[in-house]
Ligand binder design. Sequence first.
Ligand code: SF4
Length: 395
Amino acid sequence: MAINNSKLIAAGAAGLYVHIPFCLQKCPYCDFYSITDLSRVPAFLKALKKEMSLVHEVPLQFDSLYIGGGTPSVLKTHYIGDIIKTADKYFKILPACELTIEINPGTVKSEDLNNYEKIGINRINIGVQSFRDENLKFLGRIHSAQNAGDTIKRARQAGFNNLGLDLIYCIPGQTKSSWLEDLEKAVAFEPQHLSCYMLTYEQGTPMDRNRQKSCFQPMDGKRAGELFQITAEFLSTRGYQHYEISNFAISNALRSRHNQKYWSFAPYIGLGPSAHSFIPPMRCWNHSDVTQYVNDLDAGRLPVSGKEQLTGDQLMIEAVYLGLRKTEGIDLDLFERRFGTSFFDLFEEELKNFEEKGFLKVTEHCCALTLKGMLFLDSIAAAFVSRDLTSFSDR
Ligand code: SF4
């Protein structure tokens, strides 16, 4: 299939992601790559700078820099400052770049937050997860509800007016009213952005093993669906736009610029162990291992573990899957320009079927999941993905 790559890349500026692979303690539900041995920090930082120097010729400009992990706030603030300076030296970072750091309550003091502001960070994302201590305990978090509230207040005092909070729901034993209480507490801090993630049991995590051993009773799908629905309804009454399955912002401008890159097919570069990069149609990912990452860079090699060139059909499938995550859905005009074929011709059967069931709303220019459809994103996307696209491959 003929793909217009220039149009894919011209989707806008790129995103730069830096993965800090350290945490003070592993949370039992988490499958992000991180280690707790902080003695590896100096070697990691040296390797990260080397990686930036090797990647720097990439012909992209960046309007977002996201320092995530792991727990970036376990690093001393002068290290974070150093990472930002080095990124600025090697990459074309645009003025007014969105510069986000993820922090965990319990790992930052007021002084750190003041320093973040001084080194140019303009957006803070706080991993609150819950305002109830029993939930935090179940999730294995190191902080308390009190720590979470204090951290939000300190971030405000340090001058941050672009704050995002992460929350987790569908925790065993959680009720509608206890989740609504969590949401009430969150919005009382007037965050600009909220990410509300359903607790999932990722294969290989200690929490998933405990679930299999019936150590606790996971929330059933029906109740999870109800909580999803009340999340969207509650936050909409409080003035938040639901713009992606799990994400809410108080305005278009305060959506996560960085995360939107992932859902909009924009190019991004990921640095650090386990980080992924995507410059259509190429995708590559780094080793999920600090030692191998450091060794490769010491030897002057990029720490790439794998790469693939997406075919036209794969790119189309990604565009469908990612587009359906957004409440605005898939831009059908853009789809046709990119892939040279009409979305309606390609997926006529699926559109009819899912629209009839109330899972999809389709207009002349866009195709989006309804709230009900969002609960079945994976199976709906799978139905699109399993479509035989070969008859369109020569267009
Ligand atoms: S602090 Fe975050 S990255 Fe680290 S283990 Fe917990 S959830 Fe995962």
